[in-house]
Design a protein around this ligand. Structure first.
Ligand code: CIR
Length: 259
């Protein structure tokens, strides 16, 4: 069974962190409606959605992806690069405890889950203002005996690694080549976003379906032309908080209790 951990939209989302965007008013109810649709789509695709209560004092807390990296064997609670987001950890830790052994990124390391792309046994970590070499060092130690390779990757012009690249299948990545060098992710096939849709590389691959942001129809078309089953999801209000589709969930397989 596949689990998706999500969290309700904070009424304080208008006070979110912003790095590359100008602040503009965010309509909380519209954001909630879009987030609700996102959760419904995940349910329709077979995920069991574990919806955590909203956090009125934590503006960015809907973006649960940044707070953990969930591998089959272990979940790593991050130490988010933005100090305002560190209070999001305790509830995510409680949510993941029943499902995984937990490890932690510790000070002085910083890591946002949005900077961590796992492709089978390759873990790529964006070296961004939110994630650093010290976190890469700690991550390597945590997964040392699990067969993963961990590689730091330079990103430019965007918030997180997964703003620039995400997986659409076991061996194919959707990429914006302006924000990351494909050569840093060797051994994979690539589909490029439409050049007019810079932020389109952040998609959620669930089972046989790829969810893409409805604002980026040309990239959606590129994916369907390449043979992928695609589904548009409206995330335009969430995007004003510099969030995208992967940010709003932690998706993983439930542990096999009989193993
Ligand atoms: C932040 O700057 O932390 C939030 N406003 C947006 C986080 C988006 N998360 C993600 O891309 N994984």
């Amino acid at each position: 069974m596949r689990i998706a951990v999500t969290r309700g939209v904070s009424p304080a989302i208008g006070h979110c962190e912003l790095t590359h965007l100008e602040r503009e008013p965010i309509d909380v109810e519209v954001t909630r409606a879009q987030h609700g649709t996102y959760e419904r789509v995940l349910r329709d695709l077979g995920c069991q959605v574990e919806h955590l209560a909203e956090e009125p004092d934590l503006p960015d807390s809907v973006f649960v992806e940044d707070i953990a990296v969930v591998l089959d064997e272990v979940a790593i609670i991050t130490r988010p690069g933005a100090e305002s987001r560190r209070g999001e950890r305790s509830s995510i830790q409680r949510a993941l405890e029943p499902h995984r052994r937990l490890e932690h990124i510790r000070a002085p390391g910083i890591l946002d889950g949005g900077d961590v792309l796992v492709v089978q046994k390759d873990i790529y970590v964006g070296l961004s203002p939110r994630s650093d070499d010290e976190a890469v060092r700690q991550l390597k130690l945590i997964v040392a005996d699990l067969g993963y390779t961990v590689t730091g990757v330079e990103v430019r012009g965007c918030l997180h690694l997964k703003s620039a690249v995400t997986a659409v299948s076991e061996d194919t990545l959707l990429i914006n080549p302006d924000w990351i060098d494909a050569a840093d992710l060797p051994g994979h096939a690539f589909i490029q976003v439409d050049p007019t849709e810079r932020s389109a590389a952040n998609v959620v691959w669930v089972g046989d379906t790829v969810l893409f942001a409805a604002d980026f129809p040309r990239t959606g078309e590129r994916l369907s032309d390449a043979g992928f089953r695609t589904l548009p999801v409206d995330a335009s209000e969430l995007a004003k908080a510099e969030g995208a589709l992967t940010c709003c969930s932690l998706i993983f397989e439930a542990p096999d209790r009989n193993a």
